[in-house]
Design a protein around this ligand. Sequence first.
Ligand SMILES: CC(C)(COP(=O)(O)OP(=O)(O)OC[C@H]1O[C@@H](n2cnc3c(N)ncnc32)[C@H](O)[C@@H]1OP(=O)(O)O)[C@@H](O)C(=O)NCCC(=O)NCCS
Length: 259
Amino acid sequence: MIIREAKPADKNVILEFCKNTFSWGDYIKDVWNYWLDEENLFVIDVEKPVGMCHAFFSNNQVWLEGIRIEDSARRKGLASKLISHVESLAIKNKLDLAFMLIDIENMASLLMAKNLDYKIHETWKFYSLLPKPSENYNVKFGNVHETSLISHYVRSWRWIKLDKKAIRRLSDDNRLVYSNQEKNTSLAILTDSEHFKKTLIVTLHSGCEKNTLNLISYLQDFGFKNNYERIQILTKEDLPKLEHLEPRISFHLMKKPLN
Ligand SMILES: CC(C)(COP(=O)(O)OP(=O)(O)OC[C@H]1O[C@@H](n2cnc3c(N)ncnc32)[C@H](O)[C@@H]1OP(=O)(O)O)[C@@H](O)C(=O)NCCC(=O)NCCS
């Protein structure tokens, strides 16, 4: 058994067992080439590749994603070995934290994470929102005190630390939008998916319904005017029931201190 960096020739073997991972299929085929370019795409080889995972290092943390083990190779400790491999690289690089995102219904993965000392840090909900023209909003842009309410924002489905540099960049690009018509500000951070075309990814802190509805109208209009096909909202709060806003999946953000 060896763990190594993936190479282009692994693609077909890996994609063959990553077709129907979940009831809806899998997304590995859509991200494989990007992840190969980004590096830190690992394969576990037992005569042939039987598992994979990708690691993304940023600030003081490592983000683990795309953990997959071929059906017949499961329950042999292989996913745990892949994760431990990534953690040891992170420790070598003096990083403090490891994170991964797991569907709240994925018991196998949650048990595996628990076994490896990951704890549920937060629970996030994924909503999809349809772009559509709207004039019914009044939002503000730029830095706002409430950014302190959000420690991480979502970039290409990775929870990345919202540090001062990120806040400045997002503010400069008008990607930090808020509504504070009453108390309890609602705040949205807008990013473009790096892996999927025409996909807007929004981290939303919902302070109160009035402000959140205001932001949602802005997001729909922004999405429509900028030709996005889909808007993906990630939030810790429950959002109001709306015709074009569909609740999809909930995820646990799993966290492990590395020292
Ligand atoms: C989740 C997954 C990666 C686990 O891979 P794996 O190589 O079988 O995991 P491991 O052998 O390292 O399991 C370690 C521990 O996790 C728990 N575990 C893993 N799979 C489990 C299952 N199906 N049921 C119950 N516990 C399970 C057990 O505690 C296991 O230890 P044990 O076998 O000694 O009891 C694999 O099932 C998979 O590819 N699933 C589909 C994709 C997926 O869900 N990926 C994770 C997305 S976040």
